[in-house]
Design a protein around this ligand. Structure first.
Ligand code: SAH
Length: 329
């Protein structure tokens, strides 16, 4: 398929046309086009973000997630505010310009407490991205006033029935309302979804991509579902790395200027494919700065997490990005 034919197919895409593209035996030309658009629209820079997982306490029961409240075997932790701030300072010293603050929906971290932390972290010069789940509009507005610039809230799946089966605590409609609220409040807004959820079809992925464009999202995290042994989905097969990469490439074509991370989950399935995704549209990567004592406990899906020091971890990542011919920032 040529670039111009592809552009025609994508001018008014529906879930069906996107599913047909995802199904193509040879995806090479689409990968090339995604790489070209990425270079033209967002350049060769790869943004390195530090992610701090400051609490794994969660009131929700998402059926794929190891931190769901029903998993009473999971050891829980909540970092103290001084620990959060000292980790944030170390990330800034290591050269990170953005800190992503992620957690379960932990009632202790009220908008007031989070807002206070954001104000302090902003003093390091870093930009703050929040990823703490669903909140009231007034809470999102408060965090924005305190200096949060971005918010990550994946929509997880755009199929409302599948969404309801996976989330006994919420609806797709409410999740999307939250994303629209964040957008209205002036956040750089990140959506995203999992590839390979049980019951998902290629058409569902088409709908996922269209939803990202409809909001429209400024960032999109697209990663494979990975079965966690202590969840109701423990026996479901994990998502395909190749299909995930295809979905990222189409996201680049549909949202040319978006920030698209090479997700951690993709690296869990296959480290090679994670690097490869930088040649198919991705331009962001997140690195955990969560202290080693807590990192293993942020067990949303099984992953091997060797201990690393924040500074050397950052330098290692910069080298990996340079080896791909790209510019770490
Ligand atoms: N509480 C926050 C952060 C959630 S964890 C929120 O609700 O947004 C971050 C992401 O991990 C989720 O959005 C989900 O897409 C992903 N995730 C959770 N469990 C997963 C699994 N088993 N496999 C792959 N990704 C998973």
């Amino acid at each position: 398929m040529t670039g111009s034919r592809l552009q025609t197919a994508l001018r008014r895409p529906n879930a069906q046309t996107l599913a047909e593209l995802l199904r193509l035996p040879d995806f090479g030309p689409i990968y090339q086009e995604a790489d070209r658009i990425r270079r033209e629209q967002v350049g060769d820079t790869v943004h390195l973000r530090a992610i701090l997982e400051f609490s794994n306490i969660c009131r929700r029961r998402c059926r794929y997630c190891g931190l769901n409240a029903e998993n009473t075997a999971a050891p829980r932790y909540r970092m103290r505010e001084d620990e959060i701030l000292s980790t944030a300072r170390q990330a800034a010293e290591a050269g990170y310009r953005t800190l992503v603050m992620q957690s379960g929906e932990d009632p202790y971290y009220t908008p007031e407490r989070l807002g206070g932390l954001i104000r302090e972290i902003r003093k390091t010069g870093m930009t703050v991205t929040v990823s703490c789940g669903e909140m009231e509009e007034s809470a999102y507005a408060h965090l924005r006033d305190c200096g949060a610039d971005r918010y990550l809230l994946k929509h997880e799946t755009a199929d409302p029935q599948l969404y309801s089966r996976l989330h006994p605590c919420g609806t797709l409609e409410h999740r999307v309302d939250c994303l629209r609220t964040l957008k209205r409040l002036g956040y750089e807004t990140g959506g995203g979804f999992m590839v390979g959820l049980p019951g998902q079809t290629l058409e569902t992925i088409g709908q996922d991509l269209l939803l990202l464009r409809d909001i429209p999202c400024d960032m999109a995290g697209i990663g494979p579902f990975i079965a966690h042994p202590r969840t109701p989905l423990k026996d479901s097969p994990s998502g395909s790395a190749e299909l995930t990469r295809r979905a990222v490439a189409l996201a680049r074509l549909l949202l040319p200027k978006a920030h698209l991370p090479a997700t951690t989950a993709l690296g869990v399935l296959n480290a090679g494919v994670k690097n490869d995704v930088f040649s198919c549209g991705a331009n962001v990567v997140m690195r955990k700065v969560t202290p080693d004592a807590y990192k293993k406990k942020y067990d949303i899906y099984p992953a091997a997490l060797p201990p690393t020091e924040i500074g050397s971890g950052r330098r290692e990542l910069e080298e990996q990005i340079r080896a791909l011919g790209r510019i770490p920032e």
